[in-house]
Design a protein around this ligand. Sequence first.
Ligand SMILES: Nc1ncnc2c1ncn2[C@@H]1O[C@H](COP(=O)(O)OP(=O)(O)OP(=O)(O)O)[C@@H](O)[C@H]1O
Ligand SMILES: [Mg+2]
Length: 275
Amino acid sequence: MDQAGPQALNESGYKTYPEPDRGPDPEAEWAEPVVQLRDVNKHFGDLHVLKDINLTVHKGEVVVVIGPSGSGKSTLCRTINRLEPIDSGTILIQGKELPQEGKELARLRAEVGMVFQAFNLFAHMSILDNVTLGPRKAKKVPRDKAEAEALELLDRVGIKDQAGKLPAQLSGGQQQRAAIARALAMHPALMLFDEPTSALDPEMINEVLDVMVALAKDGMTMMVITHEMGFARRAADRVLFMADGLILEEGTPEDFFTSPTTDRAKDFLAKILHH
Ligand SMILES: Nc1ncnc2c1ncn2[C@@H]1O[C@H](COP(=O)(O)OP(=O)(O)OP(=O)(O)O)[C@@H](O)[C@H]1O
Ligand SMILES: [Mg+2]
């Protein structure tokens, strides 16, 4: 399928958003949807955290989610692989509805790689073993094959020389890159990132963002919660602004950052830009 839309680069090297003149079907030039949320609602007790969320992420698309604390960004991410159950609505991964439980849920979950703020590596296992564990246990990949691929992935994220170390022997940035390699080892159809750089010292943020930008350029489908506007401008096809459980605005990074339409988004941008 033609992926020219989301993959094209403009003069500044940023991906360009598909132009609106794409014929009668505005989605026609996108590759197939990887994730679809339809009328998704979620409550925590009385708190309505996700309100009729409708969202499609297409193959090769990079969607950045921003918004104030408590707006529901992490919950949105967590519903996508049913770490959080939803109250109503539908979630489809590669066209298949997420079941409540069972083998099919495990299979669909494996299509979604997650990288969190805290790296969540197994402390008593080497970096190499952290990366090979999923493929070996869940996919029954033989150890030598899993290790060869893990080393390639560690090379890709720039820490091949750290493979034999324990997580605690690595810097925060290196641990987060190991967590990215671990997620990639499962060959996910989609990578979800929930504030992957917010626990890092400033000098380590860019080394992680650079890996993410490279992934985006390689065509990985990604949904990224981050307040790193530089990343959004460099890599995002689309920015979603969430507030109070709603997607209030969505658009290209250029449009959103230069001309937000709602007061909530204007206030929010003013705050983070003056930070
Ligand atoms: N397990 C839970 N039980 C009860 N309330 C929860 C739970 N998880 C989240 N919430 C509440 O749901 C709302 C949305 O939380 P969520 O973590 O999705 O926000 P967020 O946009 O990711 O915020 P932040 O930017 O601070 O990470 C918040 O009010 C939060 O307190
Ligand atoms: Mg959050």
